[in-house]
Design a protein around this ligand. Structure first.
Ligand SMILES: Nc1ncnc2c1ncn2[C@@H]1O[C@H](COP(=O)(O)OP(=O)(O)O)[C@@H](O)[C@H]1O
Ligand SMILES: [Mg+2]
Length: 457
């Protein structure tokens, strides 16, 4: 049976001379103009090899190669490039290309490469070995992201225990922490994470450190905490800026002495965990405000990595957006779609206060709501987002923050404002809130709200 070759975007090659070569070699080929089509074509029919010619402006790192390799890991890819630098060759090979050829193409060299790739068809290596949650999954080749990945690679390879990841929400702190763990020698041990804001203090305490039987009423038997369960592995403490002073102290001891006591316990438990702390807060300010221990801060931030907001690495947006679109279409079993240049421009120009998470949500919504194959700028579902520059107020008057909010607290705050605005006239406050006067009175009692100065007499 003849071998089937996918020929992608061969703009600097003359397709006819190439096709002659391949036909002579007994291969069939399908020609497509760009990577989105390549992925679509490869999904429709099977190929034994892809020849990928990327224009110098793109460079192999634009994600074409990455997309092909991640969607079809068993199709070997030969990269043909007008860019003959060693760097781009190394980059291509790292991303999993099986060979790198430069134009003008030497026909013999091409044939040798094609034959060898076809022979080794099923043994094409996955890019950079790495784990499937490893660093190679972090997209983005902006200078800052390259630096972040380089740094992360070094840190994964060494066992420097404590790391600090800083960056706005949605910039990829979780993903980076996980990637460092899975590319480190700790890979066979657990990766555990906990969000410090999500739990009340006492619960966080017992989640982290565990307890002994009888430590408190409900402690019927001993329970191991996260540090113990993750022994040998990695613990991500997310939103560390919100940890209470007492727990900060206990954490400091875990870092310095690699030991702690379970709640209600008297013996030390020794552990060896790599602690990765993450926060979107300005911890130096928290220290000034005496909300965060300075000694812990210095301990944690011996090696800080700052994940820049998306608006400071806009050149990564097209790669990320195309990747998320591919994922969304696969996941929701939609026909493959692609973003038009105008759509990519629109996405690139956005502010993205919610960073990569927000971009991902926008792309996912778009993939679900649009039936078009070509997604244009106007098809993008750039919905409202808390804190965005122009919140679209038409749908919701109040936006629920990402971390949620306490309904009763909102109720109380609204009631307070209505009462103040009506000089504590309960009937008028009731009108403002579309409630009855009795309801207002009931809620005031429930929340112990009184007109200032009332009842002092
Ligand atoms: N470099 C990246 N490449 C691809 N996807 C990313 C990257 N960084 C973040 N993401 C995705 O963006 C979303 C938010 O990332 P996350 O790590 O949860 O951010 P954070 O913890 O900083 O709020 C996740 O869906 C994650 O998979
Ligand atoms: Mg996070």
């Amino acid at each position: 049976m003849s071998k089937r070759i996918l020929l992608v975007n061969s703009d600097s090659l003359s397709p006819s001379s190439l096709s002659a070569l391949l036909t002579q070699e007994g291969c069939e080929y399908v020609y497509v103009e760009d990577s989105a089509r390549a992925v679509r074509e490869a999904r429709k029919q099977s190929f034994d090899l892809a020849l990928l010619n990327v224009s110098p402006a793109d460079g192999p790192e634009t994600g074409v190669l990455q997309n092909m390799r991640s969607a079809f890991p068993d199709i070997p890819v030969i990269v043909i490039s007008a860019n003959s630098t060693v760097d781009s060759a190394v980059q291509a090979m790292k991303l999993g290309a099986c060979d790198f050829l430069t134009v003008p193409l030497d026909p013999d060299r091409l044939l040798r490469s094609v034959r060898s790739a076809l022979r080794h068809r099923n043994t094409a290596p996955l890019p950079a070995q790495g784990h499937k949650f490893g660093l190679r999954n972090l997209l983005g080749n902006s200078p800052v992201m390259r630096e972040v990945k380089l740094m992360a690679r070094k840190l994964a390879d060494t066992d420097a225990t404590t790391l600090m990841l800083l960056g706005e929400t949605g910039t990829g702190k979780d993903m980076l922490a996980r990637a460092i763990h899975y590319d480190s020698a700790r890979v066979d041990r657990p990766f555990m994470n906990i969000t410090c804001t999500a739990l009340p203090d006492s619960l966080l305490d017992s989640e982290l450190f565990g307890y002994e039987e009888g430590a408190f009423t409900d402690a019927r038997r001993q329970k191991k905490g996260l540090f113990e369960l993750a022994n040998g592995g990695t613990v991500l403490l997310d939103e560390i800026g919100d940890m209470s002073a007492e727990l900060q102290g206990k954490l400091l001891r875990v870092i310095e002495e690699k030991a702690f006591k379970r709640i209600g316990g008297s013996e030390d438990v020794s552990v060896n965990v790599r602690i990765i702390a993450a926060t979107h807060r300005d911890l130096e300010k928290a220290i000034e405000d005496r909300m965060f221990r300075e000694d812990l801060f210095y301990r944690l931030s011996i090696i800080p990595i700052l994940l820049p907001p998306l608006r400071q690495r806009r050149e990564d947006i097209p790669t990320l957006a195309s990747h998320f679109l591919l994922l969304a279409c696969q996941e929701h079993k939609r026909l493959p779609k692609e973003l038009t240049p105008a759509a990519l421009d629109r996405l690139t120009a956005q502010e993205w206060p919610g960073n990569i998470r927000q971009l991902r949500n926008v792309i996912e919504r778009t993939a679900l709501l649009s039936n078009k194959e070509q997604i244009d700028a106007d098809d993008l579902e750039l919905g409202p987002h808390p804190g965005s520059d122009r919140p679209q107020r038409n749908k919701y008057a109040v936006l629920l923050p990402e971390q949620g909010w306490d309904m009763e607290e909102i109720e109380q705050q609204l009631l307070q404002q209505a009462l103040e605005r009506s000089s504590w006239n309960q009937s008028r406050a009731a009108t403002l809130l579309n409630m009855t006067r009795d309801q207002v009175r009931y809620k005031m009692e429930k929340y112990h709200m009184k007109k200032p100065g009332a009842g002092k007499r």
